[in-house]
Design a protein around this ligand. Sequence first.
Ligand code: TLP
Length: 349
Amino acid sequence: MKVIDLRSDTVTLPTPEMRRAMAEAEVGDDVWGEDPTVNRLEAMAAERLGKESALFTASGTMSNLLAVLTWCRRGDEIVLGDQSHMCLNEVGGASALGGVAYHPIPNDEGGCLRPEDVERAIRWENIHFPRTALVCLENTHNRCGGAVLTPQDTRAVAEVAHRRGIPVHLDGARIFNAAVYLGIPVAELAKDADSVCFCLSKGLACPVGSLLCGSKEFIKEARRWRKAVGGGMRQVGVLAAAGIVALEKMVDRLAEDHENARRLAKGLAGIPGIRLDPERVQTNIVIFRWTGGPVQEFLARLAEGGVLASYIGGDQVRMVTHYGITAQDIGDALESVERVARRMVGAGA
Ligand code: TLP
């Protein structure tokens, strides 16, 4: 039985071209700055994102953590969305490892923060308060169904933060999906952020890696923090080589994943027990509510039929399209989901 794995775009496997590039990569000791392949990837990333410098890290979580450690001191506070990955899914790293408090404010349905909420959340000088040291955004927004922030959305928040002298970090794990959706250069989406990270190991299909981008001074400091958290890697050009292939070859094809996600969402919307508005799906993430019985049973039955999806709390299920999923897989997955849904809804009626 073929398994259609829609749990995440992190399950993507490296392309044959990536494997070849990895095998042939020229390498050196990156802690000494001597890995030519890493240096090339970092230069490419900085150039694409329109920043002075970039740092190759082990994961999106590490990039976000390094941004917090670099911008903040112990006892400071970060303002971020209550549905953001940094808030919900990064093991509380900012506070556990950086002594930095989280100040979550509501994300709207489109993954944005309202500038007036950001303004209100920023502390004024008072001996009782932590200092607000960073405002964080996420684009695309994972928990808000892959929603895209426009350059204007980012600018509106950055204007408030910058007026108060506070930098903005953008978790752009899937920022290339946003750029492809909007049909604009990724640098436009990063322009108003002081630091930005993106992942190679999601839709871009690399086995490992993320890049943190910002000013020369910021990256120099983030590089020290990367070493401190044990993230200084040595002949890591073997991984960076895949990243170079990803940036050159894997960005434009994200449009296919978006097309597949739209087809998936439209099909799901017609299945009994499933609630979602397919018009809201912009990129490669589809989140829906399952109202036809226990959600864990629904997921277990889907898995028995060869369709893997993930549970994200309440009655919500997430499906993500990616390089490993074809248009044919979408049709097959929809048939399987419909079969399970009809049985469960029929049994409950
Ligand atoms: N997201 C993963 C899980 O952790 C939920 C996924 O399957 O979507 N920022 C955003 C917006 C992310 O979605 C993720 C990963 C990260 C950061 C962290 O990246 P990694 O997994 O490389 O640490």
